[in-house]
Design a protein. Structure first.
Ligand SMILES: [Zn+2]
Ligand SMILES: [Zn+2]
Length: 332
């Protein structure tokens, strides 16, 4: 609703525009600013509750990492629990070094409250958090946002903050080539660092899988929306029209369906593997079920059982009784 009213204000002119502006002023301080933010950041801004006539919101800042980046963590087992290793932890012989690569990082969250005198006299009140940054790093980013405000007081600053975080925060933190996860013992309220810096204090065995899962989900989302070429029919389709196998090879739905049905029809189910000639990984049953439909999937199951038993019989050493018994099993 707010985004659409801001849209009409933007296209309207003269008296109408002035009227809308006055309405926004009366409706609540900061409303027009928030409308503008919604228009700029789209789904990355979440409105929070209204407080004393002021409005608060959260911006999800997605960091730009073209080509991806390595994330590493040096870990140690202290008292049976996994934690980030500190420089003063002593004996490093039990250290674990964990490294993985991501193309997407969970966003940095900035929660803002606009004071009534923003932007003429006061900056937005804010807190900052991110799953992959510790308190010292977040404090350093908070400080940088303060500096930006100080340089140009009286100007709308949130958009610049977000842009800077998106494009420059990694190099500012010294993470040009690699992000190093470190300990986040200090909480929001503990001494030291900026009180606006709110690190996620989850242990590494929680944080690391979260970061990996986030990246996997985003990569899959990006795959579904992008255009890809099917290496069987050489036609181009959107990702949603592809079947992606666990081996990461993907082929258009139509080709995969024809391919699977052909093998089931001809009874060559043992050859029903990833169509990439250098791969040969199995096509999992859940995908086959979708491609074949109920009846043909049942036929595939029966055929697979038969072919597997055939193969077992062939490998059993020449012992008349066992062979006869195995063949009887096949018949009944
Ligand atoms: Zn195809
Ligand atoms: Zn494959």
């Amino acid at each position: 609703m707010e985004a659409s009213s801001s849209g009409s204000a933007a296209v309207g002119g003269g008296v109408e525009e002035e009227g809308l502006r006055r309405l926004h002023e009366l409706a609540g301080i900061g409303r027009d600013k928030i409308c503008a933010l919604e228009a700029i950041f789209g789904g990355n801004v979440v409105m929070l509750s209204r407080k004393d006539g002021k409005r608060s919101f959260q911006v999800h800042v997605h960091i730009e990492i073209p080509g991806g980046i390595d994330v590493s963590a040096r870990l140690s087992f202290g008292a049976g629990t996994l934690n980030y290793r500190e420089a003063h932890d002593g004996d490093a012989s039990d250290d674990l070094f964990y490294k993985f690569r991501v193309e997407h990082l969970p966003p940095i969250l900035i929660t803002c409250l606009l004071p009534s005198s923003y932007p003429s006299h006061q900056p937005p009140f804010f807190t900052m958090s991110a799953e992959w940054l510790d308190k010292a790093m977040l404090s350093s980013l908070c400080h940088m946002l303060d500096m930006t405000w100080q340089e140009q007081q009286g100007v709308e600053v949130i958009y610049q903050w977000v842009q800077w975080l998106q494009s420059s925060s990694l190099s500012y933190l010294g993470f040009d080539n690699e992000i190093v996860l470190s300990k986040g013992y200090q909480t929001c309220t503990e001494d030291g660092g900026d009180t606006r810096a709110c690190p996620d204090n989850a242990p590494p065995d929680v944080t690391i899988p979260r970061i990996i899962r986030y990246n996997d989900d985003k990569c899959h989302e990006a795959f579904l929306h992008a255009i890809h070429c099917c290496m069987i029919c050489f036609s181009e389709f959107r990702g949603v029209d592809f079947i992606k196998l666990p081996c990461h090879h993907f082929f258009c739905q139509k080709c995969m369906q024809t391919y699977c049905k052909m093998h089931v029809k001809e009874g060559t189910v043992l050859k029903l593997l990833c169509p990439d000639t250098n791969c040969g990984a199995a096509v999992p049953p859940n995908i086959l079920k979708i491609l074949l439909g109920e009846d043909e999937f049942e036929r595939w199951e029966t055929l697979l059982l038969q072919r597997t038993l055939d193969a077992m019989v062939d490998t059993i050493p020449t012992n008349g009784d066992i062979q006869v018994h195995a063949k009887k099993m096949l018949i009944y």
